[in-house]
Design a protein around this ligand. Structure first.
Ligand SMILES: Nc1nc2c(ncn2[C@@H]2O[C@H](COP(=O)(O)OP(=O)(O)OP(=O)(O)O)[C@@H](O)[C@H]2O)c(=O)[nH]1
Ligand SMILES: [Mg+2]
Length: 182
């Protein structure tokens, strides 16, 4: 593939997924949460919109954060032709910011595909509802591929192990996509 490609992690879950990827493509980490941004040496969006914290689950704040920081996003994507967004739906950043960033990519003539983990059964039902909404809305503007990790009822491992399993599945989806493209 001769096109310049960028992997963009969005939100806390997205950053964790991308951090575990061995793919040798350029990577950026984006979040509204200053702690996460520091940890991954990423870019903070929406500092005025969100203040000290992240969107704390507010999709509308996630959207506003991107509008506040649109210039930074445009600068980041400028040299690329294809953007692969990796996220984990159900947060305000993963849902609201992802949708607005995808719109910026499209209006700057970038190809954009979203790869997202969906919430686990043990999380609050509200998270599943929010994730489903984000999937529906973002699917209207670009391709969205999701991973729904189904837990075994007798699973005895830790939550950390479950997240890791889902991280691998999301990255496998991206790798499969890249192989098909090349
Ligand atoms: N696959 C995976 N998912 C994770 C991980 N950590 C958190 N998540 C999931 O990510 C989803 C979204 O939560 P966050 O990533 O914290 O939300 P956010 O996008 O940062 O948005 P805010 O609401 O602004 O904090 C939740 O359903 C979490 O279960 C992880 O390590 N791997
Ligand atoms: Mg967060």
């Amino acid at each position: 593939m001769s096109q310049k490609q960028l992997i963009m992690a969005i939100g806390n879950g997205g950053c964790k997924i991308v951090k575990s990827s061995a793919l040798e493509l350029d990577k950026v980490y984006i979040d509204t949460d200053p702690e996460v941004v520091e940890k991954y040496n990423g870019t903070r969006i929406g500092a005025k919109t969100c203040g000290k914290y992240s969107t704390q689950g507010d999709v509308e704040l996630g959207r506003s954060a991107v509008l506040e920081s649109a210039k930074e996003i445009e600068k980041i994507i400028n040299e690329y032709e294809k953007v692969y967004i990796i996220t984990s739906f159900s947060g305000g950043t993963s849902g609201g910011s992802t949708e607005e960033i995808a719109k910026i990519c499209i209006s700057n003539n970038k190809e954009v595909t979203v790869f997202a983990g969906m919430p686990f059964d043990f999380e609050m039902r509200r998270r599943t509802l929010m994730a489903n909404d984000s999937f529906k809305e973002i699917s209207k503007i670009c391709e969205v591929k999701t991973v729904q990790y189904v837990q075994d009822r007798n699973y005895k491992g830790t939550i950390g192990n479950l997240f890791e399993s889902q991280n691998h599945l999301v990255l496998a989806l991206l790798e499969e996509y890249l192989n098909e493209e090349n």
